[in-house]
Design a protein around this ligand. Structure first.
Ligand SMILES: Nc1nc2c(ncn2[C@@H]2O[C@H](COP(=O)(O)OP(=O)(O)OP(=O)(O)O)[C@@H](O)[C@H]2O)c(=O)[nH]1
Ligand SMILES: [Zn+2]
Length: 383
């Protein structure tokens, strides 16, 4: 992930397929792997490297550079006339679309194609053609990688023979596409308790903060344990997804600040409980994408559609980290402070008994009224 976030190349291998065909009877040396760069991080030198890797004279396939984007993003580009509509046959998989890029496009132009918050310049239209000549597993894998890195879901792909891989990619940055779903699940489930300390809070002086680190090296989740919860009984618990803008800065665009402080006050009043402060900023899309989503909301989309326009799901949060933290704290049954039915279902699915839902509603303001009504109407929040 760090390599993608710094604009480097990673290689995706597809054990099942070769050039979109079964590899039966083919020599492994003839199989192709995808060199992948996150479109958002593309700079001119990395683009030059991809062009060189593609060059048949240097052992490449000579097929050209591909950009894989989500279907949502591709449709928006088609609507704007920047990309011709794909023939039905090119949509090999409904979740993504593959575009062939002219070698003349500059890195900046390619970054613009990936980003729904910038107005692409007209000349982008030249040299982008829908195609379907990379195995769907590699395309989906490339999109999944960019999402795991919390970048815009768009990636450049160049196919190279396996025999040429070592020339372009460090062995540490090679992955099997088929391993990605398990990677995401395992990173969520494998948490190590890495540090803890008493931290008296204003309004909850008996408090200990316990940090849990995911196995993919991602950002730590925190358990804020108030009082001494009796784990033989259902514990009052709040799952709070990190919100830098609301929690720290007091942003009025959401209800996170009052919900955070309100949860600490409610748990203190009840005598004990746990607040999980989850590193799932922006419903799991990350802070930068949340800022982009705000911009799309200012242009008319609601909070759900803005995520879709970015190419993310409406809510990308997994509940396995929360369930695992509770298990490691000895908590098996909870009274959950939330208005979100997904949180109740998600936690229960991960093996924690949700004995009761405790409403967690705060006063709306002029800036978050629309956000809250979208939560009620489209996400089913119970206010
Ligand atoms: N993508 C996106 N995320 C947002 C937006 N506004 C707030 N968020 C994030 O949404 C999350 C809100 O999390 P919570 O308050 O824990 O959850 P909830 O789904 O509102 O459910 P409750 O338990 O009822 O509060 C935080 O991570 C915020 O950063 C937005 O417009 N777009
Ligand atoms: Zn917020």
């Amino acid at each position: 992930m760090a390599e993608l976030r710094r604009g480097g190349i990673v290689a995706l291998l597809d054990g099942q397929q070769m050039d979109g065909q079964q590899m039966d009877g083919q020599q492994p040396a003839h199989r192709h792997a995808a060199l992948v760069i996150a479109a958002e991080m593309l700079e001119q030198p990395a683009l030059a490297t991809l062009l060189a890797a593609n060059n048949a004279g240097q052992g490449g396939t000579g097929r050209g550079i591909r950009l894989v984007v989500t279907a949502e993003r591709a449709n928006a580009l088609v609507r704007r006339g920047l990309v011709p509509a794909p023939a039905a046959a090119t949509a090999a998989d409904d979740s993504h679309r593959l575009l062939a890029l002219s070698g003349a496009l500059a890195a900046e132009a390619i970054r613009q194609i990936a980003d729904p918050t910038v107005e692409p310049v007209a000349w982008l239209a030249a040299g982008i053609v829908p195609v379907a000549d990379v195995a769907p597993a590699l395309c989906q894998g490339a999109i999944e990688l960019t999402k795991l890195a919390r970048l815009l879901p768009a990636a450049l792909i160049v196919l190279v023979p396996h025999s040429a891989l070592e020339r372009w990619v460090d062995p540490a940055f090679r992955l099997e596409a088929a391993d990605l779903p398990a990677f995401r699940r395992n990173a969520a489930a494998n948490l190590r308790r890495v540090g803890s300390a008493p931290v008296p809070l204003d309004g909850a002086e008996s408090c200990e903060i316990v940090a849990f680190r995911p196995s993919d090296g991602g950002k730590e989740h925190l358990a804020i344990v108030i009082g001494r919860p009796d784990t033989s009984q259902p514990v009052l618990v709040r799952l709070h997804s990190e919100c830098y803008t609301g929690d720290l800065l007091g942003s009025l665009r959401c209800d996170c600040g009052p919900q955070l402080r309100g949860a600490i006050a409610a748990i203190e009043k009840a005598g004990s409980g746990v607040l999980l402060y989850l590193a799932q900023e922006g419903r799991g899309i990350g802070l930068v994408n949340k800022l982009r989503a705000y911009r799309l909301q200012d242009a008319g989309a609601d909070t759900l559609d803005a995520n879709l326009q970015l190419g993310y799901g409406a809510d990308e949060r997994l509940y396995e980290p929360a369930a695992e933290m509770l298990r490691q704290l000895g908590v098996g049954a909870v009274r959950l402070l939330t208005n979100n039915p997904e949180k109740v279902a998600g936690l229960a699915q991960c093996g924690i008994a949700v004995i009761e839902r405790v409403p967690h509603v705060f006063q709306a303001n002029d800036h978050n009224e629309r956000y809250l009504s979208t939560k009620a109407i489209r996400f089913g929040h119970m206010f």
